[in-house]
Design a binder for this molecule. Sequence first.
Ligand SMILES: Cc1cc2nc3c(=O)[nH]c(=O)nc-3n(C[C@H](O)[C@H](O)[C@H](O)COP(=O)(O)OP(=O)(O)OC[C@H]3O[C@@H](n4cnc5c(N)ncnc54)[C@H](O)[C@@H]3O)c2cc1C
Length: 429
Amino acid sequence: MPALALQSLWSVTAPPGPVCSPLRSAERAQVAVIGGGYTGLSAALHLAQAGRDVAVLESRELGAGASGLNGGQVIAGLKHDPDELEALFGARAGAALVALVSAAPAMVFELIERLGIACEVRRSGWIQPASDEAALAAQAARAAQWRQRGAPVELLTRQQVARLLGSQRYCGGLIDRRGGSLQPLAYVRGLAHALLRLGGRLYTGTPARALARDGDGYRIETPRGSLSAPRVIVATNAYTSGLTERLRRSVVAVPSFQVATAPLSAAQREGILPEGQPASDTCRLLRYFRLDASNRLVMGTRGSYTAAPTPHTARHHYRAVREIYPQLAGVGFDYHWGGFVAITPDHLPHLHELLPGVLAGLGYNGRGVAMATVMGRLLARWTLGEAPTELGFPVTPVQPLALHAFSRLGVRIAVQYLRLADTWTRART
Ligand SMILES: Cc1cc2nc3c(=O)[nH]c(=O)nc-3n(C[C@H](O)[C@H](O)[C@H](O)COP(=O)(O)OP(=O)(O)OC[C@H]3O[C@@H](n4cnc5c(N)ncnc54)[C@H](O)[C@@H]3O)c2cc1C
């Protein structure tokens, strides 16, 4: 089988980012941010807006992590339903958390509008098609819980989903009108431009190699320079390295890949996602899909365990396209790319204080477009002196996974198992 052309669609269609260079001297800042994705840039932006002198260190390019590679689906809420969150955290803290995650897409859309970021943003709602009747029953409860809290979430019949997707594959679903989509790398770059306009500093090609106490603050060593700051924010998510080893072992980095078709002709496009919503289904190995601005169908699903899609993993994506949209059999695929999603054992994001004055936020479980932006703002608020108890998000100790070293193998086995389980379910429905 021929090798795949590996390139992200978003890298070809995003407007240029700011020109940045590596850190080459010993510098100081009021706040140092490690990681140039949504979490780090949102934190830095909110700090710069509050007048703080902030510098971001990114080991590669801005958005080289998941933020520049993802599906661009802006989704409200977490993997847990609102009642579960309230049961987990208690009525008051749970309700605050539910309100925060419910408003996450609105925060993203407002930020984009306020900063004038050109990122193909669409506030169209988000669809979760149900793969089987059991999933539909769970969605009925989910929609009811959100509606009780005033959120615009509605259950859809088989016919309604068929019309909104242009696919007969699903037995119903839900539409969440809080969500939408954007061009993920364009959003990263827009945040970066906005940060620079506010006087923030950005250093790319600058991996933080060591973090050590330095007087009242910290000194971060990089290959050609250093950055000293009293406060540090670690925003490295699935790409967390041995720099913060316990944090690295608190998440499992799971690969997720996407493919993009050639632009669909008017005839091929007919009936497919007519209102432009993105969709993520309820298969155990979920498939997420959408159209981009030039009518390419973008299809994503979890990979097994390689750093980049292979001809073998891409076959699963081609099959998903054919299964959901049989009318697209024969369509060509122009782009293949992948990145890592940070999964946590409890499927919740986490906010930590690693050391006095060193904060971290991560673990979005595939829902970080909205949530990482919100997390960045929480990290900024805490750094600016707000009490952690007032943030509306639980602060937890870091809990490294005991068998983290085996997680790659575990992911591989789990992916094969879930794929098989989905195949059985499909055969029965
Ligand atoms: C293929 C894919 C599809 C996805 N689809 C969706 C979706 O449709 N909707 C959704 O809500 N979420 C989605 N996600 C998840 C979402 O993209 C992430 O949750 C989010 O981007 C995390 O942002 P972040 O800034 O925390 O991390 P990242 O964007 O990963 O940024 C971390 C950065 O830290 C840098 N870094 C690491 N170590 C160091 C160091 N020592 N020094 C300096 N820099 C360092 C990395 O280079 C990286 O750029 C998807 C993820 C993937 C991979």
